[in-house]
Design a protein around this ligand. Structure first.
Ligand code: UDP
Length: 479
């Protein structure tokens, strides 16, 4: 294949969890040939991205106008970092205002003599398919979710099956392979949805537009996520390419501007001092947090279990995750001191170097909200998961990991349900044991690690499944 300056436009939704995988994919494509990539976002995100791009990269950052105050949102709101849950839908709806600017951007590029190879946009920007096709250009969606998780989510919103049954557990009418779904796996916005509410309208409008795209790429691996990928192949009749895991290099994430609550050096030194498979890592992703009472129960569970741990602590629900805080004030009295004296744990405020931590041989398990990036990172290092899903498709990621793959035990669900420290401690002990169920989960996690390594193997005479898929995608766009 001869490529000379093939122009690709990439356009993620304005959220760190979307921008980071898009940027990582852009850097990966950049290495694969003479591709000229335009990475599009709103001015504030572009400003932040300038700090994240490696100096050697030729990716062009392109601004698209967006003024949140025009849509009843506080001024200067350009990504979900600062969007509270109650403003989320307003922010989604406001993102529809990007339509004319996106059309102008494509028009300017094309009339400026830059023929486009393809446009890759976010799963929340399904509307870009129609606009891209006005210019006769290939359009693909890139989803950072798992096929299984997103498949459940898609089916739930498109069918609202919980509205048609009085049972707490039910099957998804067009995705029976996913098994039973329980109402406690549905967020309140979905429980209240009847098809005419604002959430339903926005999401169904968006999800229905996917079928107009030419392809969907998933940040996942065929061998571990085949059920969900088959669902989308059948449902949308599009090319579905699993190209993951697309994970940012350690270098890129530290340039992302997040303030670590602990330095990598301190973390690594502390982990070095611990025995093999003896530490539990706890984090609820980049934005989420649990309730104050859940936090207390989790803290007590850590004291009961007596295991070593690293816990990324945030203020509990209702206290604004960006507020200044002292981890100690949310933990049982004296816990920080006790843990310090026993040298048993690192309590980290807000943000930790997650990938480095997961890559350390002392880590035995990851108590995670089941965000797909965290899952991929954990499995890439063969670390089993204790699942505590909080929102969106996280419930179904955890279901996939537990019921289909066998690398996870769900310990709790959501931010509202009551949890008991004794039960959490019991699950932690089971998963961290070096025999029985814990050992079995670790063995499977190691097998999955090998599968992932194989999927991204890129050698002269051997291409893994994800490497082949990304090449197939570029070939399809070229046709
Ligand atoms: N992350 C991190 N340090 C933290 C918390 C999160 O580096 O203290 C990173 C993590 O490695 C992952 C991302 O933030 O890449 C979280 O993405 P995920 O999809 O797991 O969850 P989300 O933040 O989208 O809920």
């Amino acid at each position: 294949m001869e490529e000379t300056d093939q122009n690709i436009v990439m356009f993620p939704f304005m959220a760190q969890g979307h921008i980071i995988p898009f940027l990582t994919l852009a850097l990966q494509i950049e290495k694969m040939g003479n591709y000229k990539i335009r990475f599009v976002s709103t001015p504030l995100n572009i400003k932040n991205l300038r700090k994240s791009l490696p100096p050697s990269s030729t990716i062009h950052l392109v601004e698209i106008p967006f003024d949140s105050s025009n849509y009843g949102l506080p001024p200067g709101l350009e990504n979900t970092d600062a969007v509270t849950y109650d403003l989320m839908l307003d922010f989604f709806e406001a993102s529809l205002s990007l339509k004319p600017h996106f059309r102008n951007l494509l028009n300017d590029l094309i009339t400026g003599g830059d023929p486009l190879l393809c446009v890759i946009t976010d799963m929340f920007f399904g509307w870009t398919a129609d606009i891209t096709h006005e210019f006769g250009v290939f359009h693909a969606i890139f989803s950072g979710c798992s096929g299984f998780g997103l498949g459940c989510y898609y089916s739930l919103w498109m069918n609202l099956p919980h509205r048609k049954t009085e049972f707490m557990e039910f099957s998804l009418p067009d995705f029976r392979e996913a098994g039973k779904v329980h109402v406690t796996q549905l967020m309140d916005i979905m429980l209240k949805a009847d098809g005419t509410d604002r959430w339903s309208k926005f999401l169904v409008y968006n999800l229905s537009s996917w079928v107009k795209s030419d392809a969907i790429m998933f940040n996942t691996v065929e061998e571990i996520d085949g059920i969900g990928l088959s669902y989308f192949r059948r449902k949308l009749g599009l090319s579905v390419w699993p190209i993951g895991p697309v994970l940012p290099s350690v270098d890129n994430r530290s340039r992302g501007g997040k303030n670590f609550g602990v330095s990598s050096d301190v973390c690594m030194k502390w982990l070095d001092s611990k025995p093999l498979n003896s530490v539990l890592y706890i984090s609820f992703g980049s934005q989420s947090t649990i309730s104050a009472s859940q936090m207390t129960q989790l803290a007590k569970a850590l004291e009961i279990s007596g295991k070593n741990f690293i816990w990324v602590v945030r203020p509990p629900l209702g206290f604004g995750i960006n507020a200044e805080f002292n981890a100690e004030e949310w933990l049982p009295e004296g816990m920080t001191k006790r843990v310090e004296e026993q040298n048993r744990g690192l309590i980290v405020s807000r943000w930790a170097p997650q990938v480095e931590i997961l890559s350390h041989k002392s880590i035995a398990a990851f108590l995670s909200h089941g965000g797909w990036n965290s899952v991929l990172e954990s499995l890439s290092y063969g670390v089993p998961i204790i699942g505590w899903p909080l929102y969106f498709e996280q419930f179904f990621n955890v279901k996939l990991l537990e019921e289909e793959i066998g690398v996870c035990v769900e310990v709790a669900r959501g931010t509202q349900l009551e949890v008991r420290c004794e039960e959490i401690a019991h699950t932690i002990e089971t998963v961290m044991r070096n025999d029985g169920k814990g050992k079995k989960m670790r063995d499977i996690a190691c097998e999955v690690k090998a599968v992932i390594e194989d999927a991204i193997r890129d050698e002269e005479d051997y291409k893994g499944s994800s490497v082949k898929c990304i090449q197939e995608f570029l070939n399809a766009a070229l046709l």
